[in-house]
Design a protein around this ligand. Structure first.
Ligand code: PHE
Length: 475
């Protein structure tokens, strides 16, 4: 049997796991969700949720992976009778997310290219066009969007083909520190623009109104954000956990990964919103895709000749963040097949499974790109089923919404709830304690962990799931 190779160093593992967490969810989602959802009040809720749900689930997943030493499907299979089936949800969810993630990642690659073009005054640069026009042209041009989505997927596949240490670890060990430096440079520019303070206020000023008006709505947004931005409930951390050395302290690593994810979200807000406000973007432009692809492009254009340099830095870091996340998505199904072959004594054939997953995600990515965030109307057939209904369910708005709501909205919380029930009640929290303590460290917060994983975490996730279901069907 071929040896199962893991991460070479704990630094490499941390960079890969932080890379998985830090992605479009943090850089693009976090700032505007925070601004809209109550500023500092939202942040407090997010931190609270991270502590009683995020950290608990992350530690559980890393332990499950390291203890079983296997991919996510086999990990559930190995430890549980009742929740075996949950394992199968993970590669399915990962493949769905990879599909729309690549479509968005492809857009980011396009903006990187546009800014490089602008720097050299090339025809394929912004050429005087504003962000809205560039974006409208991009999503209207189905061929171009599909090509960029394909390029993004291809880069992801090439890295995963390099294997865990040769591909993923190597890429993230260089990419993550680089991302951090780029982020600091962009923050320095953004926060020193005149009028930048308004952006910081928008993001950080405590505002309890949204919490009073629609607590479940904010809870759902903060909860969904936490799941997605910490890469939970999708098998990514089980898979990465299975490659971690037994000597490493899992609790410490969990805290580092989650804090880094939240920190980048906050820092990203400081890079994005002050600049947007300083350059007079309208407040409703702060939400959704337009913030990243319309408003910010205008911000960079508005900076004059130096603009493209910041554009390249910013979209470069977004692409880095997105790729380090997408590799962790692709590794979930790939690890399953590779492990299966290894067990049977066959050769790994990593390339074959990376290719197969890429084809499946690629087809869905093509549809998402061709649909152009709903702009090109490929979602219209869904609406026929609801003809005459008072309100169209939200998933009918675009393919992106549909894929996102199924995977992030429903499958992720479902998998999270089942994982907690499995650990809390079937295989018992002792399982995680034993794994944490194999490194020789004491699990000092075990009492807290045990209480959360049995009661608090599943209960809160149930609320989040309910919020999502309501949203899904527009109840
Ligand atoms: N955490 C990533 C982000 O914030 C997305 C992701 C989810 C990656 C699940 C891997 C697994 O963009």
């Amino acid at each position: 049997m071929e040896e199962r190779k893991g991460f070479k160093s704990n630094f490499g593992f941390l960079m890969a796991a932080i890379g998985s967490a830090v992605g479009l969810g943090n850089i693009w989602g976090f700032p505007y969700k925070m601004g809209k959802g109550g500023g500092f009040a939202f942040l407090l809720l997010y931190i609270l949720l991270s502590m009683v749900c995020g950290l608990i689930l992350m530690l559980s997943e890393l332990s499950l992976g390291r203890r079983t030493g296997s991919n996510s499907v086999s990990a559930y299979n190995a430890v549980s009778k009742r929740f075996k089936w949950v394992g199968w949800l993970t590669p399915i969810t990962a493949t769905l997310i990879l599909a729309f993630y690549s479509a968005l990642g492809g857009y980011c690659v396009k903006y990187l290219v546009v800014n490089i073009g602008s720097l050299f005054g090339a025809e394929w640069g912004a050429n005087g066009l504003d962000g809205a026009t560039i974006f409208a042209e991009l999503i209207g041009n189905q061929m171009e969007s599909v090509i960029y989505g394909g390029v993004f997927l291809l880069i992801t596949m090439l890295i995963v083909l390099g294997g865990v240490s040769g591909g993923i670890e190597r890429f993230c060990s260089v990419g993550m520190p680089a991302l951090f430096v780029m982020l600091l440079i962009v923050i320095a520019r953004s926060c020193t623009l005149p009028g930048a303070v308004e952006g910081l206020k928008f993001m950080y000023a405590p505002n309890f109104e949204p919490l009073k008006e629609d607590f479940l709505g904010v809870l759902k947004t903060a909860g969904g954000q936490m799941f997605f931005s910490l890469s939970l409930s999708i098998g990514a951390l089980i898979t990465y956990g299975s490659y971690v050395d037994k000597k490493q302290n899992l609790v410490k690593n969990t805290v580092i990964i989650a804090s880094a994810g939240a920190a980048v979200g906050l820092l990203a807000g400081m890079a994005v919103l002050p600049a947007a406000f300083a350059l007079g973007a309208p407040e409703d432009a702060m939400k959704g895709p337009s913030l990243l692809f319309v408003t910010l492009q205008d911000v960079f254009e508005g900076m004059g000749r130096i603009g493209p340099v910041f554009g390249i830095l910013f979209y470069g870091l977004v692409v880095l963040a997105a790729i380090s996340s997408s590799v962790s998505l692709l590794e979930v199904p790939v690890a399953y097949f590779v492990d299966r072959n290894r067990k049977k004594g066959k050769s790994e054939r990593r390339w074959l499974y990376a290719l197969l997953t890429m084809v499946v995600s690629g087809i869905l990515c093509t549809v998402t790109c061709a649909d152009g965030l709903g702009g090109n109307g490929l979602w219209i057939p869904f609406q026929r089923f609801f003809a005459g209904a008072e309100k169209m369910p939200a998933f009918c708005e675009s393919w992106l919404n549909l894929l996102d709501m199924i995977s992030e909205g429903l499958l992720m919380p479902l998998c999270g709830i089942c994982t907690c029930l499995m650990i809390g009640w079937e295989i018992k929290p002792e399982f995680v304690r034993a794994e944490v303590e194999t490194s020789g460290d004491r699990f000092t917060v075990y009492g807290f962990y045990r209480f959360c994983v049995r009661y608090i975490t599943p209960l809160i996730m149930l609320f989040i799931l309910w919020g999502q279901i309501k949203d899904f069907f527009n109840i």
